[in-house]
Design a protein around this ligand. Structure first.
Ligand code: FES
Length: 130
């Protein structure tokens, strides 16, 4: 039968503290990585423009709602940078999206990603959370 003396008790205690610290470190670094993943960007907002194109985003400003869509086509990722007949058009293979980001002409069939955003109180900027 194994004997527990003061030395083995201390060894167990040190091992327990080490495991606890490793667990805490993992939790802290995971939280930090999650924090870094969510960046915010500030883009200029022109409330008189219905559609405004940026490198990674398209701001769609309707009467009742302002939305931000990803400008990356869901077919192969080309940047959508023009509007024709009220539709967002991909220059690469001609996919078309409505102003809500829904694919209405292929080859893309998935909608554009809707990006969480908020218009500033002075309506000069739009904050985008990616
Ligand atoms: S990348 Fe847009 S249609 Fe192909």
């Amino acid at each position: 039968m194994p004997k527990f003396n003061r030395r083995s008790f201390l060894q167990l205690g040190v091992a327990g503290i080490g495991i606890s610290l490793a667990f805490l470190w993992e939790k802290i670094s995971f939280s930090h990585n999650e924090f870094l993943k969510h960046k915010t960007q500030l883009l200029p907002f022109n409330k008189n423009k219905m559609v405004d194109f940026f490198k990674d985003f398209i701001i769609v400003n309707k009467k009742d709602k302002t939305t931000v869509l990803s400008s990356h086509c869901t077919h192969l990722g080309c940047t959508i940078d023009k509007i024709e007949n009220g539709r967002l058009v991909c220059p690469c293979h001609g996919s078309e999206y409505d102003l809500d980001g829904n694919a209405i002409k292929g080859p893309a069939y998935k909608p554009l990603e809707n990006i969480p955003s908020e218009v500033s109180a002075d309506q000069q900027h739009i904050q985008i959370k990616t």
